[in-house]
Structure formats: structure tokens, C-alpha cells
Write a protein that binds this ligand. Sequence first.
Ligand code: MN
Length: 198
Amino acid sequence: MAFELPKLPYADTDLDPVISAETIGFHHGKHHNAYVVNLNNLTKDSPLAEQSLESVIAETHGKADKVGIYNNAAQIWNHTFYWNSMKKGGGGAPSGRVGELIARDFGSYDAFRTAFTTTSVGQFGSGWGWLVIDGGKLKVVKTGNADGPGWMGLGKPLMVVDVWEHAYYVDYRNRRPDYVAAFLDKLVSWDFVESQLG
Ligand code: MN
């Protein structure tokens, strides 16, 4: 059973113009897909090929001789979570349970927005900006390269923004702050965040 590229939860034109169809086409069709192709090649004829993605990540994380497998498996997981973190017409301040938790743990939506932006923009080089729940409390954390909070003891992920340059360079060039602002204001799927609270 080979690892597969998950379908996007929307059409590749649906996030346009916040994220263009060109970016989605390359990001999902080339980058995300390449991680799947690489992982299948690297795990071919190995017991890892029969395991779940989560199990492959858990088994290879922190092992110097498995770093290639880890990087590709973790990038597949992170990208799938990123696509689910967005929707057409999303973003802005959430209401309901998520809105209440944000007010409780950050003080206000604006304070959350500032914290998420500062953390995501401040990730040096490639990586990810996350909203997590850790010990019952919402937090914002960043991870570098392929790392993710779920397997690093940083909390259960609720949503993520990809801050690798390939996520925004076509649409925003070097302006990562503008991309993160657009993600927060126009794309975040708060329904997905709520679904991850459990
Ligand atoms: Mn990416």
C-alpha cells in the first residue's frame, strides 16, 4: 500500500486571489506530490511502507539514519494539515467555542492575531506557524523545516500556515507578513480548527 497524495478539499482556483491557482498547482501538484513520491521510493521494500504516516513519523523522528524518510513523511502530514486549515471565504475573528478559547487564552482576537503573525513571520528560514492546544490552553508555536508540534511535545495542532517560500513567493514575492495577514484575514477554516479540538 503506497502513500498517496490526498486530494485538496477545494478546487485549485477557490483560494484565488489570496493564493493563486498557480501557487496551489505547484504547491500541491509538485511540492506535496514530490514528498509522496520520495517517501514511496525511500520506504520501498521496507516495513515502513506498510505503516501509517503517523507511525512512520514517530519511528523516524530524531534518527540520523532515517532523516530523509522523516522529512518526506512529516512534510506530507504538514501539507495535508495546511490544506485543511484553509477554505474559500475563511479567516477573520471566529465565533463560537474557538472564539471563546481565543479570548480566554490570548485576551482577544487581536492579541492572538499579533502573536500568530509575529511567530510565523519570525520563523527563520523554512518552516511552519501553528495554533496548538497544549495542556488545555491554546498557544502559538513555530517549527522549522519538516518538524511538527504533534510529535515534538509542543501540543496538538489545530491549524497551520506554511511559511516555506514556495507557499507564497509567486503571489507575495518576499512579503511573508502580507501572506500571513491574508491567511489570517481571508483563509483560516475555523470550522476545521473546531473539529480538531475534539
Ligand atoms: Mn509547502
